[in-house]
Design a protein around this ligand. Sequence first.
Ligand code: PGA
Ligand code: ZN
Length: 414
Amino acid sequence: MSTVIEDVIARKIFNSRGEETIEVDVITAGGFGRASAPSGASRGKAEATPYPKGGIEEAIRKVEQVIAPEIIGLNADSQEEIDSLLHSLDGTENFNNIGGNTAFAVSLAVADAAANTYGLPLFQYLGGFYAKVLPYPLGNVLSGGKHTAGKGPEIQEFLSLPLGAPSFLEAQRANATVHEKVRKLLEKKDKTFTGGKSDEGAWTCALSNDEALEIVYEACEETSKELGFECRVGLDVAASTFWNARKKRYVYRDKALDSNEQLEYILELIKNYKLAYVEDPFREEDFEKFAELTKKAKNCLICGDDLFVTNLKRLQKGIKLGAANTIIIKVNQIGTLTDAWETIRAAKAAGYTPVISHRSGDTVDSHIAHLAVGLGCPIIKTGVVEGARIAKLNELIRIEEMLADRALMAQLKV
Ligand code: PGA
Ligand code: ZN
């Protein structure tokens, strides 16, 4: 059962968008680990740099010639030591030299190899015996913004959150039901609808934000009635993507709102559609407006993605200002598992809900399912359908089965 690392191999593979990405294998004396990096389309400005100058080829060269010689011989269960080594080999704040995606793939492959060597599923290796709490899936059912061709709503994601589900399996069934109902409603309400889907497997349409929201709300309400538990609507506004810095306005097809008007608009949506979750309602530097919304919004998770980029320092600033009560965790925004884990711990200590998340360009790598349970994230954000999303959701169904009677759903008060 030796966890000594004997070899590290990097290769180029493809993600769900058909873009190239990096995959890393870590071979120990007694086991094997593998991880591949996801990639964002609406990336936060403060995220780790995904690849070094020279792109993936250079990232692969760095793994094999710079990182591998340093970590071969170390134990794969020395996660913190290896992650800190990745930082010192890079030498910059934002992984400019080796790339955040490179660090991510090495860091996760190391954890995967350690778990495999011990003969444990990753969630149990990370979280121990008490890692038995399943997250609620926050599922993207309708897309707009940067994830589409730009003829639909400016808001990037319309999401379903089956808060009342008694099990993960039932929760995913609810999201699949909402997804299907949204299709039927779009067929009726959008004459141009041809069944198109976004990168994340959510439907695309030519409707406005309010029309799209009406449809998703109706689908969630119907699903709640049919399945007998609460299913609420969430939004990822991704407001930085339609903020016009020169005009100082959020530019929609039919209106251009200043920050105060945007605040009023979001509050109205929360009230009218009983929103349970709103992500990035303002541009990524506007901590103050986030704080105003967090103070005023009732029964709604206010979440920072581009705002925090899984970065502990940005989260600490947010905590001080009361900027949110929820944070998106994307490990490759920050680079290593240890960094993400520190951010999750700080978030929980401050009463923030950590939401572990996929990225719009993703692979069938299902580690985030294990991170949700192993690191205690009460929500996992993915699509509802599409291979890279289903891989993660199905892994959670297997984890739930593995835990059997011990499995619990997360405690989530919204
Ligand atoms: P991504 O965006 O394209 O950066 O993965 C997803 C999100 O904003 O949550
Ligand atoms: Zn987001």
